[in-house]
Design a protein around this ligand. Structure first.
Ligand code: AMP
Length: 450
């Protein structure tokens, strides 16, 4: 499908109840992944969507599911697999908001770390859509508490993440229990070989929609680095928090222990902060997320796994307290802010021994990240114009033209420091940093995930 200008949800011929719910949610026009995906799914095509959280992919697969659900039957008709409990709950919540005018449509989230009996009871009451993590879904299937014989639509959400969390065999096992002829959609930010193989085996002539990740970050996320040794990072963080005064920030640390320790340190220093990592019980993870989402707690210190995929649309700042081992994870972290066209600010604290990691990140971004508090170098137009990598040629391909979804300032304008816009924004978003306080804010050129 080629991109049409000014496309609207009405153009997809969705049921009026769904359009009404979208209107309530304030969705005015489809995001690029939605443009590329909804039509293909409504035409019963299998598809691969390469896009990240924040691109609007939940609605991209869920609206076509809802459009074709038969609410007269309470049989399970659609299964969505997600890597984490948090994402499963988030997708279930979003589904309920899209389905609020569809009488009789039920969504049942199922995930580990919560009593299975409650989930069995919920499944027993009937639900046309199940959103779950692979381990728990498989458990329920093995116990005969979940039946997939009428399941016509299967979605793998964040397939690469399911792979890295070790769920790929469970996913294959689940696929074996789904009916022949179902429709399958696979969403993944990246396409490592095992995911490509899975797609080849399970999907039939898929339409491939790839949204370059630069659409998520271009012009919306200012990125900076600050060089500092590990022992000084906590003071630097305090200074950053003081200068930037973030409304809502996520600080990423590498290990569960380090995450907890940093949150405790910040708490001792008087900050309103919570930790989020895999060593916490599900109950405490939930209550942290509720506090963070409702903006009662403005600061979250988290590990990657815990924070991956979380949609908190109001995150204004991301701090990489430690750089991740893999450059792509940097893109995912930074993508927590600047959601759907909003502006965001990300800063990375880089110790000497982390500099090779920074070099890898900059190679991936194809640009240098500006030092916090230093004047912006002139943007390199050849870099900003780098096209997205082509997608597989053997598949029907729908490339959606790059189009930021929000109304952020054009790059040239901000980079030249014209007007007072960049100055004001810089103070609010990133503070001035340790340098001379140069005010030429340069918006990020692009963050390509591959
Ligand atoms: P997702 O990538 O599905 O997690 O969505 C990220 C955020 O974008 C969520 O807060 C959605 O509610 C929001 N969103 C998704 N699609 C649209 C749209 N077409 N217009 C405005 N906001 C949207």
């Amino acid at each position: 499908m080629t991109r049409k200008d000014d496309m609207r949800f009405e153009d997809f011929d969705l049921r009026p109840e769904i359009l009404r719910a979208l209107d309530d949610l304030g969705y005015e026009e489809p995001t690029p992944i939605q443009e590329g995906t909804i039509d293909a799914l409504l035409r019963d095509k299998d598809m691969i969507g390469q896009a990240q959280t924040g691109s609007g992919k939940t609605a991209a697969f869920m609206l076509p599911i809802l459009d074709r659900i038969e609410e007269d039957s309470t049989d399970l008709q659609a299964l969505v697999l997600c890597p984490t409990r948090e994402l499963a709950l988030q997708v279930a919540d979003a589904t309920r908001s899209f389905a609020k005018y569809l009488d009789g449509v039920e969504v049942v989230p199922v995930y580990g770390g919560a009593p299975i009996v409650d989930q069995i009871a919920a499944l027993g009451r009937g639900g046309q859509i199940v959103v779950g993590t692979p381990g728990r879904v498989l458990d329920l299937l093995r116990r005969g508490k979940m039946i997939l014989s009428d399941c016509r639509m299967v979605v793998l959400d964040e397939a690469d993440e399911m792979l890295s969390m070790g769920f790929i065999d469970d996913v294959r096992d689940i696929f074996k229990r789904t009916p022949w002829g179902k429709q399958t959609a696979l969403f993944s930010a990246t396409m490592p070989d095992p995911i490509k193989r899975l797609a080849e085996e399970e999907l039939h002539a898929p339409v491939h929609v790839k949204i370059a990740s630069k659409e998520i970050t271009v012009d919306t996320i200012e990125q900076r680095v600050a060089f500092c040794e590990p022992k000084d990072k906590i003071d630097l963080l305090e200074r950053f928090l003081k200068e930037a005064d973030p409304r809502c920030a996520i600080v990423f640390a590498r290990t569960k222990i380090g995450t907890q320790r940093l949150a405790d340190d910040l708490k001792r220093r008087g900050h309103k902060v919570r930790a989020l990592h895999g060593d916490m019980s599900q109950g405490s993870r939930d209550s942290v997320m509720i506090a963070f989402r409702s903006q009662r707690v403005p600061l979250l210190v988290a590990t990657d796994v815990a924070a991956r995929g979380l949609d908190v649309s109001h995150v204004t700042h991301v701090v990489n307290y430690e750089l991740p081992d893999e450059a792509e994870v940097y893109v995912h972290r930074v993508g927590r802010t600047g959601r759907v066209g909003r502006e965001g600010f990300a800063i990375s604290f880089v110790a000497k021994k982390e500099q090779p990691k920074l070099a890898q990140i900059e190679a991936l971004l194809k640009r240098k990240i500006q030092v916090w508090g230093e004047d912006a170098p002139a943007p390199d137009p050849t870099i900003a114009a780098t096209p997205a990598a082509p997608v597989g040629e053997d598949e029907a391909t729908a490339m959606v033209a790059a189009a930021p979804t929000g109304g952020s300032a054009p790059a040239g304008d901000a980079a030249t420091g014209a007007g007072d816009g960049p100055k004001r924004r810089r103070r609010r978003r990133g503070g001035r940093g340790r340098g001379t306080g140069g005010e030429g804010g340069q918006p990020s050129a692009s963050v390509a995930a591959e």
